[in-house]
Design a protein around this ligand. Structure first.
Ligand SMILES: [Zn+2]
Length: 112
């Protein structure tokens, strides 16, 4: 077994270990969920980086919770679809009315 030739003095030992202290890491707040994260990394709380989703966090949840969230999403989507359908129906009705009014006007004017 190799042995050191001389005993390392306390001063030499302490000087060597003066660089061993841990440095604190720089953390920033996630702009979306305000969790403390390292800069230039995807947030592990919401999966977003620079306003874009990179990780689908629902996939990391247990199955039951994921199913609940997906059910909610489907419900919201169907609600939006219903809203859009209602609005398009309204627009169609208005178009039909304006067509009828135009027809009456043309009759009054005597157009063909
Ligand atoms: Zn986040």
């Amino acid at each position: 077994m190799p042995h050191p030739k001389k005993k390392t003095s306390k001063a030499a030992k302490n000087q060597r270990r003066s660089h061993h202290a841990l440095k604190s890491i720089n953390l920033i707040k996630c702009p979306k969920c305000e969790k403390a994260i390292k800069p230039h990394t995807v947030c592990d709380g919401c999966g977003f980086y620079k306003g874009k989703e990179y990780i689908d966090m629902t996939k990391k949840l247990p199955r039951k919770q994921r199913a609940k969230i997906e059910k909610k999403k489907v419900k919201e989507e169907s609600k939006e679809l219903k809203k859009i359908n209602k609005e398009s129906e309204k627009i169609r009705k208005i178009d039909h009315k304006s067509d009828r009014i135009e027809g009456i006007k043309s009759v009054v004017r005597g157009d063909k």
